[in-house]
Design a binder for this molecule. Structure first.
Ligand code: UFG
Length: 333
């Protein structure tokens, strides 16, 4: 059985969906602090899914999880992930993300579970020295969120040396899209991300979309990001688990499309997809936003045999279909 922590959240739930479609038995462990019960209910329709509402801070929750289910490997998504909040409340981040992971690893070791795929981030690189960013880029995260993810990556190295826990750390760039059949999708409260915010603004004339800064040193003055489709991202997770099952060594990989889009370019694609004349205001820069983040993804292609296939327009279309469903009623559920 495969354990997915944070399986009620955006990325975790898409991983569960894919595992279930591949006829795997899955147990989700999630405290529902940022994930949704409706997501679990939807996933339960697809396959053999058990759900445990539990918290990584509670060792008794983890002990009973590992006692009750025969777990072979772990996908670890459960974490807080808002950069701004992490600056304002670092205690919440160090406690949940770092201590929570240590508790999870303790339970794994106790139960002889030695394979983990960990959800890391491009935020561990910090101030960008060059693009595209490869895995050798200096790691100097600029905020507590990125620091917690880097700390866990370091802990995972030490736990391999000492206890033989094998890990794959996947460093995500910007994730876009939703299940193409609209069963699940991105849902944050509050929503801070670019694409869902542009799409949401098409449902609310009173709230034009805000672009954070047009004075960056880029082609049109707005920030550049690398958008990786959620289905391609999850495909890399399944390949990472296969890699560990085949005896692969502990390693880490960037997951991005190796292609940069400016905020204005994203905005234009959203206009094309929605066929709406979306309004925007130029606001001041958002603190801590790097100018340009683009992945070098060669390592994942070579070692995991991964090949991202979906373009940004495809991801935005899927996100728009999902947003329509959210606006149609799920919103206040
Ligand atoms: N942006 C806007 N308006 C908005 C929202 C975003 O102009 O309403 C801009 C941002 O300034 C940024 C770009 O759109 O330039 C992308 O912003 P997102 O918030 O969608 O994503 P980030 O690049 O800030 O964040 C992502 C992940 C984080 C991760 C971070 C690493 O979502 O988890 O990359 O830098 F920490």
């Amino acid at each position: 059985m495969i354990l997915v922590t944070g399986g009620a959240g955006y990325i975790g739930s898409h991983c569960v969906l894919s595992l279930l479609e591949n006829k795997q038995e899955v147990v989700v462990f999630d405290n529902l602090s940022t994930g949704f019960q409706e997501t679990i209910d939807e996933l339960k329709k697809i396959g053999n899914l058990k759900f445990i509402k539990g918290d990584l801070s509670k060792k008794e929750d983890l002990n009973s999880l590992f006692e009750n289910y025969k777990i072979d490997s772990v996908f670890h998504f459960a974490a807080f992930s808002q950069v701004k909040e992490s600056v304002l409340n670092p205690q919440k981040y160090y406690s949940n993300n770092v201590s929570g992971t240590i508790n999870l690893l303790e339970a794994m070791i106790k139960n002889n579970v030695k394979k983990i795929v960990f959800s890391s981030t491009a935020a561990i690189y910090g101030e960008v020295q060059y693009v595209p960013i490869d895995e050798k880029h200096i790691q100097k995260p600029m905020n507590p969120y990125g620091k917690t993810k880097l700390m866990i990556e370091n802990i995972l190295d030490d736990y391999d040396n000492a206890y033989g826990v094998k890990s794959v750390r996947l460093r995500y760039f910007n994730v876009v899209g939703a299940d193409i059949k609209k069963r699940i999708g991105e849902r944050h409260n509050p929503e801070t991300h670019l694409i869902p915010n542009v799409l949401k603004s098409t449902f609310n004339d009173a709230r034009p979309f805000e672009i954070y800064g047009n004075d960056y040193n880029t082609k049109d003055g707005t920030c550049i990001r690398d958008y990786i489709n959620i289905e391609d991202l999850i495909d890399a997770h399944l390949k990472a688990l296969k890699y560990l099952e085949n005896g692969g060594k502990t390693d880490f990989f960037n997951l991005g499309n190796a292609q940069g889009y400016s905020v204005k370019e994203v905005f234009e694609i959203c206009k094309k997809v929605t066929e709406k004349d979306i309004q925007f205001n130029i606001n001041k820069r958002r603190e801590g936003d790097p100018e340009k983040l683009v992945a070098d993804n060669k390592k994942a292609k070579e070692i995991l045999n991964w090949n991202p296939k979906r373009n940004l327009e495809y991801g935005i279309k899927a996100a728009y279909e999902w947003e329509k469903k959210l606006q149609g009623g799920l919103k206040n559920a």
